[in-house]
Ligand binder design. Structure first.
Ligand code: UT7
Length: 320
């Protein structure tokens, strides 16, 4: 069995920033409410000419450069997204064309906010089994395109962006384990309607619906369980983890997972204040931030985790 190692990271955030204060003039909300309940101060929003694939391209190019890998050497592209450019072809196929990559496998993974963790888990399996040697794994979301800006319980939460990693077959230990779960009984608590099919029920425009408080309660319990599962699978103790890179849904959820790990908040990579919840993009965006600012170093052990609509949840234990 081969090892799969993250050899480069990249990210992209659109230029436009929308602050909590900006929302005060369009919906019944306050900066104080949003910050106290979520930890969010601002989020990035894509411009008219941008798309999920264009953000993915920017992030991918950075990751390729960091890894010292040519796009033409990539033999697998997986994008975690719930806001694809088109229903089909996949955003991964559109990116493949933009990057000029040959005839490798390219597909999207729809696992809501856990999309990147799922994509990483799949790339891990491909590489371990010899099915690929150099993979681009991306989380990219244009959430602003599927938000209802009259619904204060969702529109203030989400932001846009993309994060990417190159995963390569390696002799060194890299991705130690990945864990993926789902439970469809919760499908109505957090979803985006499909305008192709759901027109009668939900109107003709895709938009996100979230029963935040119910999601919150399950997320806290579930993420706590996956931390135990991941440590146990690797025979590791909490103190063996150098960094926690959580999905950035809510600072209170993140703090409770950190507490469970006995981890000080300085060891948790946070982007939520400046980026909001970027769904599948949040974990790779945070990873790239901490790699580029020098906090995460070669040899560090990182626990990544995410939870989202489905419900779907997952984790990855990674040695950088
Ligand atoms: O990323 C995928 C996974 N998602 C998550 O993990 C999200 C988990 N959930 C959460 O993060 C939190 O539930 C939210 C931040 C979404 C909401 O916070 P909450 O403390 O659970 O608030 P709530 O939904 O219980 O709402 C409390 C009140 C309600 O008013 P009433 O019914 O008590 O009068 C809401 O209408 O807050 C109201 N509210 C707002 N008020 C001001 C909801 N949104 C807003 C808003 N501004 N933007």
């Amino acid at each position: 069995m081969l090892n799969a190692k993250i050899t480069g990271t990249g990210s992209y955030l659109p230029e436009k920033i929308v602050t909590n204060k900006d929302f005060e003039s369009i919906i019944d909300t306050t900066d104080e409410w949003i910050y106290a309940r979520t930890g969010i101060k601002q989020r990035h929003v894509i411009a008219k000419h941008e798309t999920t694939s264009s953000m993915a391209e920017m992030a991918a190019n950075q990751a390729l450069e960091a890894a010292g890998v040519n796009a033409s050497d990539i033999d697998l592209i997986i994008i975690g997204t719930s806001s694809p450019d088109r229903v089909f072809p996949s955003t991964a196929c559109i990116l493949q064309q933009k990057l000029g990559v040959g005839d490798c496998a390219a597909f999207d993974v729809q696992a809501a906010c856990s999309g990147f963790i799922y994509a990483l888990g799949i790339a891990h399996q491909f590489i371990k089994s010899g099915g690929a040697t150099k993979a681009l794994v991306i989380g990219a979301e244009a959430n602003s395109r599927i938000l209802d800006y009259t619904d204060r319980s969702t529109c203030v939460i989400f932001g846009d962006g993309a994060g990417a990693v190159v995963v390569e077959a390696s002799d060194e230990q890299g991705i130690m384990s990945t864990h993926m779960h789902s439970d469809g009984q919760y499908q109505d608590l957090l979803y985006i309607n499909n305008p192709i099919k759901d027109q009668q029920q939900d109107g003709d425009k895709a938009h996100m619906t979230m029963h935040g408080n119910d999601v919150y309660k399950v997320a806290v319990k579930t993420l706590s369980r996956i931390v135990d599962e991941t440590l146990e699978a690797n025979g590791m103790k909490k103190s063996d983890i150098d960094w926690l890179i959580p999905h950035q849904a809510n600072i209170r959820i993140i703090s409770s997972v950190a507490k469970k790990l006995g981890m000080p908040m300085e060891k948790v990579v946070l982007t939520i204040e400046n980026q909001g919840n970027t769904s599948a993009a949040s974990v790779p965006l945070a990873l790239d931030l901490a790699v580029r600012d020098g906090r995460i170093k070669k040899g560090d052990t990182i626990l990544m985790e995410a939870f989202g609509g489905g419900f779907v949840w997952g984790s990855a234990l990674v040695r950088m």
